[in-house]
Write a protein that binds this ligand. Structure first.
Ligand SMILES: [Zn+2]
Ligand SMILES: [Zn+2]
Length: 131
């Protein structure tokens, strides 16, 4: 079991299963949402995810027709990237984890729109758009 929380710790959650497929997304929407060079996500089964506290402080924003992003409305921490195209899973904002998910392997996606001020210097696979 893995635990995570937002910056202000109002929202706390646990994951009763594995985190898979780590992606570092460089698209402009993720850069803006996270205020960073890229956003790191891990895939989680929706049925493995439980909000332990602060569920009423989880707000959502539909950033594109098929994508809903959730975040803590008190501190702004990004929590989930939920695609209508993948109803059984979501992408967890990995930076909110408090525990080590022990996941191996990852890739960069949407590098065609990456920030010009951030050079990718690792050897992970890079995809111009979706991975
Ligand atoms: Zn918070
Ligand atoms: Zn993205």
């Amino acid at each position: 079991m893995l635990r995570g929380s937002c910056l202000c710790a109002t929202v706390r959650y646990e994951i009763r299963g594995p985190v898979s497929r780590v992606t570092h997304c460089h698209c402009a929407m993720c850069r803006k949402a996270h205020g960073a060079a890229f956003a790191s996500y891990g895939r989680v089964e929706r049925s493995d995810f439980a909000v332990l506290s602060g569920a009423e402080d989880v707000a959502s924003y539909r950033s594109s027709p098929e994508v809903m992003r959730t975040f803590c409305k008190r501190c702004g921490s990004n929590l989930q990237f939920i695609s209508d195209k993948r109803p059984s899973t979501f992408a967890l904002a990995l930076g909110t984890l408090d525990d080590d998910p022990s996941v191996q392997g990852s890739l960069h996606i949407f590098v065609a729109s990456k920030a010009p001020w951030f050079p990718i210097t690792d050897d992970l696979p890079q995809h111009a758009e979706r991975g």
